[in-house]
Every structure is written in C-alpha cells, then in structure tokens.
Design a protein around this ligand. Structure first.
Ligand code: ASP
Length: 286
C-alpha cells in the first residue's frame, strides 16, 4: 500500500481538490494524509494568539470570517444536498467549538485543540467530496492511532497496532483519508507534530504499515538543485539519498519537513516528491 500526503495548497481550493481526487482515484488501495487548507493553520495560530493576548473580540472576528469562507467552500464542493447539509453541520460544530475557545483562558492545551481543527475540517470535507463522486473512501481519525511519547517522539508500536485496527475496521474502503499534523500526547491530550508536520505523519504511517512508497505531493516538482524562491532556472533533482534529502530539508528546503526522513530511512521506504499541479513531472525519488 502507498501513503500519499497532500499539502495545504493541494487542498486549498475546490479546483485543487479535484486534481487530488483525479490523482488518487486509480483503483489502488492507499492512505491519503491531508494538511489543512492553505492559510487555515496560520489563521488558527493567530486566533490562539489573540486568546493568549486576551483579545477575544478579535479572535471571534477571525473565527466568523474563517467560518464564512468554509461555508462558501462547502457550497462549491458539495452539490449533493445530503452531504452538503451534513458537512455544514460538521463545519458549524467546529466553529462553535472555536467560538467557545475564544471565551476560555489561554493554555497550551487550548492552542493545540485550536490548531488541530484545520486538518479535521479539510479531511472531513474531502472525504465527503470523494463519497459524492462515488469513490469508496473512509475517514480514519488520526487521533485514534497517532501518538507521541513523553519525548515527543512518535510511539511507533502504539501507532502500528492502532492503525492496523482502524484499517481492519474499514477493510471495505479503497481510499483511506486521514489528518496530517495532529496526534495525541502521552497524556491523551490533543497535540501535534509541529508546523509542517503532515510530512512527518505520512512517513510515520508509511513506516507503521510498511508502505511500498510514501509520496509527498506539493506545488513544486520535486527537490531542486537550488532554492527556487531566490534563484532562477533551478531544476528538480531526480534522485537523492535519505541523508542528502535530510540535509537539504534541515537547511531549509521547504518541500519536506526535516524530521520526516527518519522514519522512512529506518524502515527503508522510498519517498517520492511530486507536484499536484503537474502530476506527470517526474519529481524526486529519495
Ligand atoms: N497544517 C499544518 C501547518 O500548516 C501542518 C502541515 O501543513 O503540514 O503547519
């Protein structure tokens, strides 16, 4: 089985979600890890900051704006009225929860709960979209199996056992959708794998299920020979070793979370970097 992770831009608009649907709908069973829609986690972090600064009106304002934009997205994504209705109900429950958070005292645990909502929203919406399109997909709640230990390291034994169980429960599905980034900590509290951590989720899951390959889909065709944000005419590199990729990621190559190489290296699982907007491009194989 392959594990495919799609970043915020890939699920950042209805159009891009339809590209993702076309990429994953190839008749092969797979696990799909999603980030939050682009911009959402930043908004959630800023809402949490407002709460920390005791500016609950500003937090509520941002929550309402974000809520409106999600309702618009649901309307353009889901024409099926039953699904449209049920997803709107879910979206409302998330935003009611956030509104409740705006009235609470700030704590790290509260911030972790707030920033987790982005991935919960994107996966719920995308799974319903796949169902609307007649694709047999199932939503696997990451909080049922992703866990970090007291050193904030993935608890691989727990993850293996529990993802195995949820996959078995949903054996009839063709495509499994799950949240990147979020997890439980050793006290069963909602936590996360740090910003950009969805890549890490994907390689941890890859190692836990001994995937044949992990694919990281972003908006650039693989790792380049120089930083395309600053240098013109850069080219994608077709092959990299785990150590080379880890070094580039560590020194700031934004395409991959630096910690995400380790689980793949330990379990010897190839990682392929691909571009959602240009799926035919070769990308980079690590
Ligand atoms: N949504 C989280 C972030 O923006 C995790 C991720 O996208 O990988 O950092």
């Amino acid at each position: 089985m392959k594990v495919l992770k799609f970043g915020g831009t890939s699920v950042g608009s209805v159009e891009n979600m339809s590209h993702v649907k076309n990429i994953i709908n190839d008749g092969q069973k797979k696990i799909v890890v999603l980030s939050a829609m682009s911009g959402t986690t930043n908004q959630l972090v800023s809402i949490a900051q407002d709460i920390a600064d005791e500016k609950s009106d500003e937090a509520l304002n941002k929550i309402s704006k974000l809520n409106e934009s999600y309702l618009l997205t649901v309307d353009s994504l889901l024409q099926d009225s039953t699904l449209n209705h049920s997803v709107k109900e879910y979206v409302s429950s998330v935003f009611d929860f956030l509104k409740g958070c705006a009235k609470k005292d700030f704590s790290q645990a509260l911030e972790n709960q707030i920033v987790a909502q982005g991935e919960l929203l994107s996966t719920y919406m995308f799974n319903s979209y796949l169902n609307q399109e007649g694709i047999a997909s199932a939503l696997l709640p990451a909080l049922d199996f992703m866990r970090i230990d007291e050193n904030k390291e993935p608890n691989i034994e727990f993850i293996k056992e529990n993802i195995g169980a949820v996959l078995k429960e949903n054996a009839g599905a063709e495509i499994y959708i799950t949240q990147g980034f979020i997890c439980l900590d050793d006290n069963d509290e909602v936590s996360n794998l740090q910003r950009g951590g969805s890549d890490f989720t994907a390689t941890i899951i890859g190692a836990a299920v001994l995937a044949e390959e992990v694919q990281i889909w972003t908006d650039i065709s693989g790792m380049h020979n120089n930083d395309p944000r600053y240098v013109e005419n850069t080219n994608p590199i077709s092959n990299l070793s785990f150590d080379e990729a880890a070094e580039l990621a560590y020194f700031g190559a934004k395409i991959l979370h630096p910690l995400s190489i380790r689980p793949a290296k330990l379990a010897d699982i190839p990682v392929r970097l691909k571009n959602t907007m240009e799926p035919a491009a070769e990308g980079t194989l690590i």
